[in-house]
Structure formats: C-alpha cells, structure tokens
Design a protein around this ligand. Structure first.
Ligand SMILES: Nc1nc2c(c(=O)[nH]1)N[C@H]1C(S)=C(S)[C@@H](COP(=O)(O)OP(=O)(O)OC[C@H]3O[C@@H](n4cnc5c(=O)[nH]c(N)nc54)[C@H](O)[C@@H]3O)O[C@H]1N2
Ligand SMILES: Nc1nc2c(c(=O)[nH]1)N[C@H]1C(S)=C(S)[C@@H](COP(=O)(O)OP(=O)(O)OC[C@H]3O[C@@H](n4cnc5c(=O)[nH]c(N)nc54)[C@H](O)[C@@H]3O)O[C@H]1N2
Ligand code: SF4
Ligand SMILES: [Mo]
Length: 698
C-alpha cells in the first residue's frame, strides 16, 4: 500500500449462513481492495463485534485461488481437469444440457440445487424463479433448520420469540444446544452484558465442554439426544415444588393438567439415568429457572440435529411455558426470528409461477436422488441436469459415499456456480466464477436478530466473475423462461421487495443500511396469544399440522407430550459402541473458510475428541490415527484425548474438506440421510460408530 492509499469505510452485511447476520463496516482501499472488516457499532445487535474469520475477509475475497474464469471439464468426472471457456460457451452448454434433459424426461429431470452460502435474498433465492418459470423439480430445504423449526413452531405456532437484545435484562440465560462462541459470537456480547450489569447466571446445555460451556456458571453436560429427558425432569420439579405458574398456564397453554400428570414419573432420578447428569444438577437447574422468573432460553440448532431433535426442541421450549417466563422482561425463549420479517418474495422467487404438483426433492437426500432411489425421486424421472449455487453438497451433505457416486454419473450434467473450486465444483461439467458479497447488491434478514439489512456493491469483482442473479437471468433468457423478475436489476428487486413487504424503499434504507423489525414487546412475548388458532402454547402438538414449510409427515409417529424419545436415535450397539456428533468448528463456517490460510492454520487437521478412559483400552494415545466406522463407511483422522465428554461420546468438529482426510472420505461419510420426524432434516449429530486405532497413513 502506498502512502497515498485512500481508505473508505463502507457499510455492509455479512452474507454467511450464521444467526448473527452482522452489520459490517468495511475498509475499502483505493476503491478496490478490502482492508479490515469490523462489526458496526451503530447496530444494536452486532454492537461492534464480528468473528475473527470475517474480520480477516480480505484473505477470502482476494484469495489467489478464487475462481475467475468459466471452466469446462476436459478430463473424466472429478478429475479436476478443466479448460477456460467464454461465458457465452459456458452458459450455452448449460442451457443446451437443460433443454436436452427436459426433452428426454420432462422438466422435472432438471434440479436446481442451492443453499445458504450467501444469505442474500436476491442471490440465494433467485434460482427459484428459474425453477418455477421452467417447472423444474422443487427442493425441500431440510439440511439445516427443519428439525429445529418444526419443534419450536409446534409449541409457539410462530417462528419468533423474545428480542435477543433483551438478554441484557435477564437474570438467568440458558444457552441450550448452541455453541455461540463458535457459531454466533454476538450472542455472547449480550450474555456478558447481563452478567456485568445484573450478575445474571449463565447456564449452558451441551454434549461436550466447548468454549461456551466453559464460560457458563452451570454447564450441563448431557448425553447426545437426551435433552427431552432433562426438560421433562425440570418440569417435574417445577410442578412438584410449586414453581409452576398455574395462572399463566391456565390462560396461555393447552393442557397443563395432562402435562403435570404425564410428568409425574419423569423425575430427576429417571432423567439422570438417561442424560448422565447428576440428580443434584438437574434439581439445581430446575430451581434456578423456577425461581428466576425472567430466565431467557436461547435455544440453538445443534440439539435438534438428532432423529428426536424436533421433539427435544419442543420439550425444552415447554419449560418457559411452565414457569411463565414469557410474562417477564428478559424472560421467555428465542430460537429464530425468521417468522417476523414478512418479506414478500414473489418477484425474487417467482412464486406466482409455481406449478402446483411439481415434485419436491429432499435436499438432504441428494445422494439418494442422484443414485436413483425411487422413494427419494418420489416415483418421478431421474435427475439428469443440475445447477448448483451457494452450497457444497459433496462435502456437507449426509451419506457422502452416495453423494459422490451420484455426482460421478456420466449421464448427469452439472453446472456449479462457485467462488472456489470446491469438491462439488470439481465434479461439475461446467464451473462458473461467482462474485462475493462486496461485489453485488443484496438484501438480508437477521435470523438470530431482528433487522432487515442491506449489503450493497462496494467494489468491482474480478473481471470475469458474475453474480447469481446474472447467471440465473442469462440462463432464463437462453431457456425462454419468462418472469418480470428476470428483467430487473438486483437494486430494483430489492426496492420492489421492500415496497411489497411494507418495509419502505431501498432509498429510505440506504443511509442507515438496516431497519429494526422487532415486533412489539407483548407480541414478542406472545402475551397477545400464541400463533396457533386457539392462541395457546401447545404442550401437546398436533405434529402433522405444525405450521412450517413441510414435506410429509415423515418418519415415525412422535410422542404426544414432551418426553425422552429413544426409539429413533442411532443408538450405540455392541458393534458400534460410540455416539458421534459433528459439532461446528470455530474457524470454518460449514465448508466456507476452509480455503483461508489463517482458518486452516487454527483448525490444524481433522480431529476426533475421545474420552481418555475410552481411549486407553483401545490403545489410542494423543494424536494417534484412528478409523471411525459404521454401516455407511469409514473415516480416518487423528484422535485427541479430551476429558470434557461423557464416556462413549465422540466429537469431530467439522466440516473439513474431504481431501484433508488421508483417503478423501469426509466426516459426512458417517452421517445419515434418512428423514426424521416430523418433516425430515439431517441428524448430523446422531451417529453411532466403532473406533479403531490404525497405523499412520503413508
Ligand atoms: N464457526 C462456525 N459458525 C457457524 C457454523 C460453523 O460451521 N462454524 N455454521 C453456521 C450454521 S449453517 C448454523 S445452522 C449455525 C448453527 O449453530 P448452532 O445453533 O450453534 O448449532 P450446531 O452448530 O449444530 O451445534 C451447536 C452445539 O450443539 C451441540 N449438540 C449436539 N448434539 C446435542 C444434543 O443432543 N444436545 C445438546 N444439548 N447439544 C448438542 C454441539 O455439540 C454444539 O456445541 O451456526 C452457523 N455458524
Ligand atoms: N457433518 C456435518 N455436516 C453438516 C453440518 C454439521 O453440523 N455437521 N451442518 C449442516 C448445515 S447446518 C448446513 S446449513 C450445511 C451448509 O453447507 P453449505 O451449503 O455447503 O454451506 P457453506 O459452506 O456456507 O456455503 C457453500 C458454498 O457457497 C459458496 N458461496 C457463497 N456465496 C456465494 C454466492 O454469492 N454465489 C455462489 N454461486 N456461491 C456462493 C461458498 O463459496 C461455499 O463454497 O452444512 C451441513 N452439513
Ligand atoms: S459472527 Fe456470523 S454473521 Fe457475524 S461476521 Fe461472523 S459469520 Fe458473519
Ligand atoms: Mo445451517
């Protein structure tokens, strides 16, 4: 940088798939280069903080390995041999392949596949406009939120909750099944504020002693998939010891008497045997939340990534309905605000072009879909062409062996639009280079907070990179897909979407860059009634009719009332005696940032944590190579001895690229794509495995 460098500070929004959705202040040097990225101090949730990996975003946006040219495959599938081609040729070949697929098996043989690598509404969801205009197969997006959202909405009837900034007014914060120090660091800002200002007690509920647990006053370390048992015993104590708010329940809940009777046998001794927690800890936790009326339950995604995860989310959510915490400032529960923004996505997604009856394919079952599983294909034609944007299924999707076999099919055409040569891009026929968030215009909503935010173009992209919107629009033109959204610029789409949603205009939002959409206090606390037609919180959900986007019911019938639901778990067996969870790594974000040097250096290498007393008898020492095996496959990585686990539990902080493992098999080789109740999802933290020591790979 020369002495004359001009540094501008520009506003933006972090585009990554993270509940924090930080408002950013970005240094732009000489109008071209990104410098330091900071959290906006003007934004009441971000409060001046961002995670370390985004603070170093210059590393990612100016990375030497960024894709900057369209590429066409020249060697066999997955060989990594590509040659640069023009945009015209790349798009022409893609359109031709889509037309050929459609001619042979109909439009449902084309499957546009996407997820939340960017959370921008225009760039993430615009692919659906092409899908709907052409009648291509639908995607039921199960990989992340389905289990958690189903369980939460089963109780409240609406995907919303107490303003997370209200944590600062709480006297007890329960961080349940989320590891915010890794996954949404801003939550800790508000937790620290409550601690500092009022001496709030912090409870964490997790399955290993992670950095969030280490900050808690009470760290409840339970066995994976047993949160329903803990919740039941807590409520048992609340009823038993006169700490339940019967007046609140009579007014706001569906069946408190039935719940009380049902819980009579579910006491702390019962739960201790299931969870592994001491009875005294369960009693202490119950008394804490029973006597601290303004307890804030921050319920995360992690504890719902089990086959009983929706039931467990619902069970934990029942606690504040028993204590009546919802009535108090700083009290109640929060999981996601995705239900409060009311964004009209008709133009962005082309919702007016949806063809009723089009088949919906399960995102998590991409391996089954691509390997011709008739049930996964819903009895329809094979998938023979795909456009993939913002997701890396060869690394992140369950049943990896099947995913790899599927993408290796010679009769499948795949176009991947990416920022890096991911493992999915490597399997493609055509690879298109994508812009990054500071290079295009978009609109964001804050799942873990309450703002609608802008992330506008601040620098020019590398010469040949194009945005998702440009690619979708160019393909629509070549494929003869008609919709007004294709003729609009991203800025015009943002403006029209804000207007249609009753959220003002782009010009109005631009000076501030975000808009606080927090609902009124009474509504956020459900004091004007819960979201179900009867206005009540449901202890006894009618699971099949839970009001979320759904595909199903799927999976087995669920318990009628909160319970420990053992049956669907992938339990330990004599052959596979360990339970494995694949909790998130701090310096990676899903498969993103696995390309940046400092993140890579911090995470070092794929590792599984094992309890020293489990490791000893197996002859496994610190740093030893081990193989994890189950009926889906085997994964080779290094072990680290870690006492902050229950015996029989393993944690592999993920998601490393597959090629970081000696034989190219990534952690999702071991995870399953069977659809859990009530509407599917991916049970990434619910696996059984055997562990064996192996020789160091050559
Ligand atoms: N650094 C980083 N940040 C991320 C991500 C990342 O990969 N890395 N991923 C992003 C995405 S896409 C999402 S959806 C969010 C998710 O963020 P979170 O809501 O935090 O969910 P998870 O990351 O799945 O898991 C959170 C915690 O749940 C624990 N857990 C697993 N099973 C159980 C259980 O049975 N009971 C209990 N009580 N706890 C359990 C895990 O050990 C982990 O510590 O984070 C986002 N932020
Ligand atoms: N074992 C295990 N597996 C998991 C999980 C787990 O906890 N354990 N978590 C699961 C969860 S919660 C999720 S959400 C999934 C997420 O998994 P993915 O959907 O793969 O998520 P990301 O890694 O965030 O983003 C994928 C890609 O999007 C690209 N991208 C970003 N912005 C843009 C853009 O503007 N345009 C284009 N074309 N591309 C872009 C990035 O370069 C990146 O390669 O992983 C799941 N897989
Ligand atoms: S904490 Fe999450 S939203 Fe904030 S900068 Fe990091 S990845 Fe982005
Ligand atoms: Mo996610």
């Amino acid at each position: 940088m020369t002495a004359l460098a001009r540094i501008d500070r520009r506003t933006s929004t972090c585009p990554h798939d993270c509940p924090s959705v930080c408002a950013l202040d970005v240094e732009v040097i000489d109008g071209r280069t990104v410098g330091r990225v900071r959290g906006s101090a003007r934004h009441s949730y971000t409060a001046g903080v961002v995670c370390a990996k985004v603070a170093r975003y210059a590393e990612r946006i100016h990375h030497p390995d960024r894709l900057t040219r369209p590429l066409a495959r020249t060697g066999p599938k997955g060989s990594g041999r590509f040659a640069p081609v023009s945009w015209d040729e790349a798009l022409g070949r893609t359109a031709e392949a889509f037309r050929a697929a459609e001619a042979l098996h109909g439009p449902e043989s084309v499957w546009p596949y996407y997820y939340a690598g960017t959370m921008g509404l225009v760039m993430r969801d615009g692919i659906n406009r092409l899908r709907h205009a052409k009648g291509y197969s639908g995607q039921f997006s199960t990989i992340c939120t389905t289990l958690a959202w189903s369980g939460y909405v089963a109780g409240t009837g609406r995907l919303a909750g107490v303003d997370p900034r209200e944590i600062a007014e709480s006297d007890c914060v329960v961080i349940w099944g989320t590891n915010p120090v890794h996954t949404q660091v801003n939550l800790m800002t508000h937790v620290q504020a409550a601690r500092k200002a009022r001496g709030a007690t912090v409870v964490a509920v997790d399955i290993y002693d992670n950095p969030t647990m280490r900050q808690a006053d009470l760290a409840l370390l339970l066995r994976p998939g047993t949160d329903g048992a803990l919740a039941c015993a807590v409520m048992h104590v609340l009823f038993r010891d006169g700490l339940a708010d019967r007046a609140y329940m009579a007014r706001y809940t569906d069946c408190p008497e039935a719940l009380e009777a049902h819980l009579r046998t579910r006491d702390p001794a019962w739960a201790a045997a299931i969870t592994g927690l001491p009875v005294a800890e369960i009693e202490r936790f119950a008394h804490l939340v029973g006597t601290t009326k303004n307890t804030f339950f921050r319920l995360g995604y992690g504890f719902a990534r089990s086959r009983n995860g929706a039931a467990n989310m619902h069970a934990a959510l029942c606690i504040p309905a028993v204590t009546g915490a919802w009535q108090h400032r700083g009290g109640g529960a929060f999981h996601s605000n995705s239900g409060v923004f009311g964004i009209d996505k008709r133009l962005i997604e082309g919702l007016d072009a949806v063809r009723p009856g089009t088949r919906m394919l399960d995102q998590s079952q991409v391996g089954r879909v691509l390997t011709g599983d008739a049930e996964a294909l819903r009895g329809g034609p094979p998938v023979t062409a795909m456009l993939v944007q913002n997701t890396n299924p060869v690394s992140v999707a369950p049943e990896q062996e099947r995913v790899k076999r599927g993408f290796a099919r010679d009769d499948l055409f795949v176009c991947v639009h990416e920022q890096f040569m991911t493992e999915t891009a490597r399997m493609a026929d055509i690879v298109l280079p994508a812009t990054m968030f500071l290079e295009h215009d978009d609109l964001y909503t804050g799942g873990g907070q309450q703002h609608i935010q802008l992330g506008l173009k601040r620098i020019e992209p590398p010469e040949h990179c194009r945005s998702n919107h440009e690619v979708v629009t160019a393909l629509a033109e070549r494929l003869g897909a008609a919709h007004p959204g294709f003729a609009m610029s991203p800025r015009a789409l943002i403006d029209a979407t804000l207007r249609a949603s009753g959220r003002g205009t782009l010009a109005e939002m631009e000076p501030e860059n975000f808009l606080d959409a927090q609902p009124p206090w009474e509504r956020a606390h459900f004091l004007d009634g819960f979201g179900h037609p009867d206005g009540r919180f449901h202890f006894r959900p009618d699971w099949p009719s839970v009001p979320v986007a759904k595909d199903g019911p799927r999976g087995p019938a669920m318990p009628a009332l909160p319970d420990h639901w053992e049956a669907p778990l992938m339990a330990a067996t004599p052959r596979h005696p360990f339970r494995l969870a694949t909790s998130p790594a701090r310096s990676f974000l899903n498969s993103s940032f696995t390309e940046t040097p400092t993140s890579r250096a911090r995470e070092r290498h794929p590792t599984v944590m094992i309890h020293p007393e489990d490791a000893g008898p197996l002859g496994i020492g610190e740093g030893a190579w081990v193989r994890l095996v189950n009926e889906r496959g085997a994964v080779t990585l290094r072990a680290t001895l870690f006492p902050g686990l229950r015996r029989g539990v393993l944690i592999a902080e993920s998601i490393w690229p597959n090629d970081a493992y000696p034989d190219g098999r990534g952690i999702n080789t071991l995870t399953g794509a069977d659809a859990p109740a009530p509407f599917g999802g991916a049970a990434f933290h619910d696996n059984h495995v055997a562990v064996e020591a192996v020789a160091a790979p050559a």
